[in-house]
Design a protein. Structure first.
Length: 310
């Protein structure tokens, strides 16, 4: 982490479940970081998806598996083994985008959201250490990995984007976001109720500041306003060929970004990358089918010199 003089610790025991929340000042604004584990260990950094934060994206995958095993996974030795593997080898840093942290105030109309490049730079400034894994939904993770290749040893990406934004990425309301996140099976319908995970996400979206989400989407797509145009988000496909850190990509077969993940996999060096397609699942594999991720992640983490076997 950055020097203690550059950060403010916030008591959020209700939400942190054993971790500690920090607001870290960087040259591109403040960033919220929740720290879990021994900071002398290699860093495993997470970065959530549009309109979400660590609780919505990683609750089942990290919090539940770290602090208790849900009944559906009782007796699953591979789940418990993965939990021990994570805690034994890494310090986990959950990073929230600007305006997405718990209790965030609305971003003012005159406050300029950092660009995609600047958001990637925030990751470097938030902690002064090498990063083993960037576990993320976001383009910032592999943009960060391409800019700071000597500091990143592995990437775990969920339903990632790498090409220029389409117009559908500008459609922004709660119902469309839920369709973007989840498969039809868990969203329910006339005769089938919404699943608990969708209802929970819906409630959290109700609490989110819409102006903050819109500003973040504009930054992600590389466009600020008709007056201040920084240009569209570039196609990062060709740069992926130069990315030689190990990469593991998850995508649900019903995700609207399924083709994007296939395209990205085709551009990565196959010696260092792998794709896991999860059946009957939308974009939020971490919440919809977290059990489908455990074994691939276990193999991904253990097949490296940076991870000690249990």
């Amino acid at each position: 982490m950055a020097d203690s003089s550059d950060s403010v610790s916030i008591d959020m025991e209700t939400f942190s479940l054993g971790g500690k929340e920090y607001i870290v000042r960087t040259h591109h604004g403040t960033v919220s970081v929740a720290v879990f584990g021994d900071q002398d260990k290699p860093a495993l950094v997470t970065y959530p998806y549009l309109a979400l934060n660590r609780l919505e994206c990683f609750e089942l995958m990290f919090y539940m598996s770290m602090y208790y095993i849900p009944p559906v996974f009782k007796g699953c030795s591979f789940v418990q083994k993965l939990v021990r593997l994570l805690l034994h080898n890494f310090c986990i840093y959950h990073t929230s985008p600007p305006g997405h942290e718990l209790g965030a105030a609305p971003i003012g109309p005159d406050d300029l959201m950092p660009s995609v490049d600047e958001l990637a730079d925030q990751i470097v400034e938030a902690w002064c250490c090498n990063v083993y894994g960037v576990y993320s939904w976001s383009i910032y993770s592999y943009l960060f990995a391409m800019k700071y290749r000597q500091r990143v040893f592995g990437l775990i990406l969920v339903s990632p984007l790498c090409r220029e934004p389409s117009w559908t990425e500008w459609w922004l309301n709660k119902e469309l976001l839920l369709k973007r996140y989840f498969s039809k099976e868990v969203r329910g319908g006339v005769q089938v109720p919404e699943s608990d995970v969708v209802q929970s996400c819906r409630r959290l979206l109700d609490e989110r500041q819409s102006i903050n989400i819109w500003q973040f989407l504009e930054a992600m797509n590389g466009y600020i306003s008709m007056v201040d145009r920084r240009g569209w988000r570039p196609d990062l496909s060709e740069g992926l060929r130069k990315l030689h850190c190990r990469s593991l990509i998850f995508v649900g077969e019903n995700s609207p970004f399924h083709s994007e993940a296939l395209h990205m996999t085709s551009k990565l060096d196959r010696r260092y990358s792998a794709l896991v397609e999860v059946q009957a699942c939308g974009s939020m594999v971490t919440e919809e089918q977290p059990h489908a991720m455990f074994i691939p992640i276990e193999y991904f983490l253990t097949d490296t010199a940076y991870t000690k076997r249990l």
